[in-house]
Design a binder for this molecule. Sequence first.
Ligand SMILES: [Fe+2]
Ligand SMILES: [Fe+2]
Length: 446
Amino acid sequence: MKGLVPLLVLLLLIPLAHAQNLNEALQECPGTLTGSTAPVQIHLQMTDDHSEMNVIWATNARANAEVEWSSSNGDGASTGESYCYNHDMAFHLAKMENLPIGEEVTYRVGQSNQWSESYTFTTIDPTANHFSWISIADHGDSSEAIDVSDAILADQNTQMVTISGDISYADGEQTAWDNWFQIQEDSMTSIPWVTAVGNHENEPGYEFSPYEHRFDSDNIIESETFWYSRDLPGIHMIFMSTEHDFEFGSEQYAWLENDLITANKNREERPFIIIYGHKPMYSSNSYHGSEVELRTALETLYVEQEVDLVIAGHDHFYERTWPVIGEVTQSEGVDDGTRFSQGEGPIHLVIGIAGRSAYEDLDEPQPEWSAWRENSTYGWTRLVYHGDSRELSFTHHRIDGTIGDSFTLQEASLNLEKDEGILGVPGFGSTIPILALVGAALKRLR
Ligand SMILES: [Fe+2]
Ligand SMILES: [Fe+2]
């Protein structure tokens, strides 16, 4: 009975803590916040329901969190919540709901006397048979990073951006986040950018607090879930954290396993599974290299659940593995090593090339599992899901406008003729496939 009283008090307090209204939230922002109530750093944040979209923005002074929108479903308006952290700006999160799928929505944020301009985005139809997006990692605000930002903005086809961690490199300097969001605003107001945390999101003196206040994956203000997934057309995307416990027995491991099992039941609808996380299981850049602990903890799970791609950053270079398990190459595909079939083993990518200084030193010789690598390169990667052919294409773009690596992953098995193309198609002179093999090997040695 004695223990019941504090328990009851606790139970009474929990709903109060969650039912924090706008005014109570604003109380947490210091009275010293002054300046404009004009919305800045406006950015869409995708939820797991494509008929809704969150939007986050900042103001210099305290302000309300209102959003108004219009679509073929009519006009809508809602009031969200405002909050602060240890930085002299107020933040606001509001939700647009009951949006038509696959259609345009026009919106503005702010409050009655101070609205932003109007922006437009198109909601994602998860049953669409075509989906195009850009994946980056290790961004920041260098001139190369701005080239990448400009390229994203110029790409009218991209429907979403993912970042595999190390986003602004604020490292405790909060105005760096303000600048980063302002640079991306033209893109982030029209397509969602979806993030996994990197080590640079764990900031000196702040830990993950800036990340938790400036992004949202869980519909809860001032907190963040560091592992979550989203269903996109043809793809199940997982955003995990290499910066939190991922060992067997951890909360994250259990979540990953459960999420992957569920995703595997829906392969007919979404044939591909991609995992985004910051640190790579496979990297032949000697600056950081392969995160062996991560590989030991999670590779078997990824293999068993037939994860297709694992897209990481952290090492500032570009590398793609062959389908690999335990450092052993499972396949070198067909078409000069540019076409693979699902289920041969995960392909791991390091794409830490979006703007931070390149890490120059590569492990030599190039490991056998490494299919393509290049350093002193900056750029981004583009992925496209083709529903008609049930394939996923991947292209590595450099900021100088050239294309580096590219490959395609298909759901169907590689047909026998193509398989034999590597080993010797009957009727062809045996020297042709041998020359092709030598050519492919030389290409890999570059
Ligand atoms: Fe990193
Ligand atoms: Fe980095």
